[in-house]
Design a protein around this ligand. Structure first.
Ligand code: ATP
Ligand code: LTN
Length: 342
């Protein structure tokens, strides 16, 4: 009796778990930061967190090997620079944990062709890279499901564009559990409403994307203060001059969302702050708020990126810890399916 009671308490007290990953396909934008990465930092206080550089996902489109390697180091350094703490949080590089590739095959055999053809990201990327619609691009969600399910997270903090992939992961996990018995925790997408979809500064109907051909469309986390101010000054708005959130004001709405996400002020408070002032003044204020937010991150990043031995040490530690967790889930899945696990 004693034991049963104890175990109930332990279950109730288990900290929630969260996992997310980011592809090393370039320097992240303000959209990646506000929509996803910044929220990860705060989550460390409440949950057991794991975050990874999804390098295997990045090769679904062609990468130049030398550039790719640089981007993997940069993304890992950036995770540290934004304030993810390797003492509390599991930080690792996906390809350094072989269980991700192994689990992908098991899950690919439980992912339906029809499901994959419905994925918006696949349709988008297939049309952008029409000369290279490879099997990996199509199977991308099975690898993402493996990333997630190996760590049994309760939440997957992502921007709104990834919700569909997390929902497919849930379907795959439920299908697997129904067939073989409970192996996987069913994860939920965790989408921060504020800044879930930061828009392009040049076409505010589209999301801000680091692969946009027009550099004025996005703020890179590496942009210097002058560049940030210049890009915000050029941001596309509308022909009015009053700062308020409204229909047909996509450009201003986007700036309001960015400013609100950074300052914590509500739209009403911001509207009051800029009452009687024009777009120029508002754009400058948004730019300055962004510069102030990025300054400490850029400083830390500058120090870390010069120290490859330190980054490699952190990668090795993270990969070791991640492999132990991942192997446990992989073995459980293999056993339940009937494989002979040694
Ligand atoms: P790419 O431009 O190369 O397709 P991306 O900029 O969309 O990539 P990812 O690496 O795919 O970036 O995304 C990393 C995380 O950032 C994901 O959780 C994604 O949902 C989030 N994210 C990406 N763009 C935005 C945005 N504009 N606003 C809010 N969140 C975003
Ligand atoms: N597909 C995601 C990156 C990604 C991911 C994951 C996110 C790969 N594996 C696991 C959350 C959990 C993207 O393109 N942003």
């Amino acid at each position: 009796m004693e034991n049963a009671k104890d175990s109930i308490e332990v279950v109730a007290e288990r900290k929630k778990r969260a996992l997310s990953c980011i592809q090393p396909t370039g320097i992240p934008t303000l959209g990646n930061y506000l929509g996803a990465m910044r929220n990860w930092v705060g989550m460390q206080d409440e949950m057991d967190c794991a975050f990874a550089v999804a390098d295997l996902h990045a090769i679904t489109v062609r990468q130049d090997p030398a550039q790719f390697k640089k981007q993997i180091y940069e993304m890992f350094a950036l995770l540290l620079a934004i304030g993810l703490d390797p003492d509390r949080t599991l930080l690792f590089v996906q390809s350094q944990v072989p269980a991700h590739s192994e689990m992908t095959w098991l899950l690919a055999c439980h992912t339906q062709f029809g499901e994959l053809t419905r994925m918006t990201q696949f349709k988008d990327k297939a049309s952008k890279h029409a000369d290279n619609i490879n099997l990996g691009l199509f199977a991308y969600p099975s690898l993402m499901a493996a990333d997630i399910l190996l760590y049994q997270p309760d939440y997957v903090p992502v921007g709104a564009d990834q919700k569909q992939h997390v929902e497919l992961t849930r379907d795959i996990a439920e299908r697997f559990n129904n067939l073989y018995g409970k192996v996987f925790t069913i994860p939920k997408p965790y989408i921060i409403k504020n800044a879930a979809r930061v828009r392009s500064l040049q076409d505010p109907t589209k999301k801000m994307s680091k692969s946009d051909a027009n550099q004025n469309a996005y703020i890179s986390l590496k942009d210097d203060p002058d560049t940030i101010v210049r890009k915000f000054r050029r941001a596309v708005t509308d022909s009015e001059s009053r700062v308020y959130y409204g229909e047909g004001k996509d450009g201003i709405n986007n700036l309001l969302e960015i400013y609100s996400a950074i300052t914590g002020l509500s739209f009403e408070q911001i509207e009051q702050e800029f009452d009687g002032k024009g777009y120029g003044e508002f754009k400058t204020a948004v730019a300055e708020a962004v510069v102030d937010t990025l300054r400490p991150i850029q400083q830390k990043f500058g120090e870390l990126i010069k120290d490859r031995p330190y980054l490699e040490k952190m990668m090795a530690e993270g990969a070791g810890r991640a492999a132990a967790v991942a192997k446990r889930t992989l073995d459980k899945a293999l056993k339940k399916m009937g494989f002979v696990v040694m």
